[in-house]
Design a protein around this ligand. Sequence first.
Ligand SMILES: CC(C)[C@H](C(=O)O)[C@@H](O)C(=O)O
Ligand code: SF4
Length: 467
Amino acid sequence: MSPKTLYDKIWDAHVAHEADDGTCLLYIDRHLVHEVTSPQAFEGLRMTNRKVRAPDKTIAVPDHNVPTTPGREDPKNMTEDSAIQVAALDKNAKDFGIHYYPVSDVRQGIVHIVGPEQGWTLPGMTVVCGDSHTATHGAFGALAHGIGTSEVEHVLATQTLIQKKSKNMKVEITGKLRPGVTAKDITLSVIGATGTAGGTGYVIEYCGEAIRDLSMEGRMTVCNMAIEGGARAGIIAPDEKTYEYCNGRPHAPKGAQWEAALNWWKTLYSDDDAQWDKVITLKGEDIAPVVTWGTSPEDVLPITANVPAAEDFKGGKVGAAQRSLDYMGLTSGTPLKDVEIDTVFIGSCTNGRIEDLRAAAEILKGKKVAVKRAMVVPGSGLVRAQAEEEGLADIFKEAGFEWRLAGCSMCLAMNPDQLQPEERCAATSNRNFEGRQGRGGRTHLMSPAMAAAAAITGKLTDVRDLM
Ligand SMILES: CC(C)[C@H](C(=O)O)[C@@H](O)C(=O)O
Ligand code: SF4
C-alpha cells in the first residue's frame, strides 16, 4: 500500500463515489448548523418536500446573533434580522427533528465549542458546518471544514458533499515553547510566516513536539485559524490526549463501540514516507508572544516590535499596509507596547474555552482593569458554569470585566456587542478585518494572556513583563 497522510486516510474512508474528473461525493459524519447560514437551506428542503437525511447526525445551535446579556430569550433584545434567524432555527430544529441547543439550554454556545464539548466531534470523522471556522474540529484528527449555504442544503438532504481533494501541507512546530507563548501565538506566527494565501489549496496537518505538547484546547486554537491562512482545513493526528478528552462525553461511543472506535483512531496518522506538497517548519523556541497591528491576520509582529512603515513591504503590499495603518490609526515606528487600548474582548471559538479563561484569570488575579470596557464571553454555557465553579468568574468580575453569557459576541458585529468607530480593542478572536467588530472599530488579535495583560495596563503589553 502506498504511504498516506492523515488527510488521505480520512478522505479515502469517506469517498462514496469518484467521477472521472476527480470530483468526489464524500460521506459526512457530522453536520453542525447555526442560525446565519441555514435558513435558506431548510427553506429549500421545505419547498421540495424533502426531509433531513440524517437528523441524528445534524446538530444546531444559535450563536452568532444572540445577545450575551440576561433577557436574551426576548426577541425584542435583538435586531429584527437576528430575531428572524434565531426564530427560524428554533422552528427548523423542531420541524426537522435535529439535535438542538436553544439559548435557554446551558449547553448552548459557539457551535465550534459545543461540538467537541458534547462529543459530536470525534477523530476520523468528516465534519462540516456553514461556517469557515469549522476548521477548529480538525484538532481531533477529523476532516472538518466550512461549506456554503447551498452545500448546507445538499448535506441536509443527502448527508454527502461534492468535493475535490486538496493538496497536503505539513506545518511542523519543533521543540518547546518559551514561557508566555501559547497556541494562539503559534497559529498567528504561522500565518505571519505563510500569509493569508499560504495555505490556499491545501489541508494543513500541524505536527511536531510543540503541537503534541498542546492541550486539546490549544490544538483547537491552532486549527481554528487554519482558514485564516487560506487552508481548506487544519488537522492534528489524534493521540492519548484526544482520546482522554473524548472519553465519556455525552455523544462519544461507549463500551465495545468505544474500543472499536479506538482501534480505528489509532491508525490515524501520516505514514513516515507520506508525500507532502508543501512543508513549513517553525522552531517553537523562536515563537514570541505576538499581536496583530493591521487589518489582516497576517499582519503579525512580536509584541517587542514597532509599528511597521508601509515602505517595509514589497510591491502590491505597500498600499495595503498604508491603508491598514490609516484604518488602525497607527504611526510607523511607535513601539507596539505604547499603543493604548480602549476595550478588551476575551472569547470566540478561537479562545473561549476553559483553558483560555484560566490563562487570562491567572494574569488578572488581584488586579484591576485600566481600559474603558472589558468583557469575557465564555464559549458555551458549560464553560461558563465551570469557570464559575473554579472561581475564575469572580477574578474577572473583581478585575472589572463584564461576565457575559455564551455566544460569538464581539468576535463579529452581528449582535449587540460591537465596537464604536475608532474604538481600539485587544481581542482573542481570529479576524481583524475592517469593521469586523463594529464599523470603524480597530482590532488587535492576541492570546488570552496577552489580552488580560493589555486590560491591566491599558496598552498592548508583553505578558512576560507581568509574569
Ligand atoms: C457568519 C459566518 C458565515 C462566518 C464564517 O463563516 O466564518 C462567521 O462565523 C465568521 O467568523 O466570520
Ligand atoms: S466566534 Fe467568531 S469566528 Fe467563531 S464562529 Fe463565531 S463569529 Fe465566527
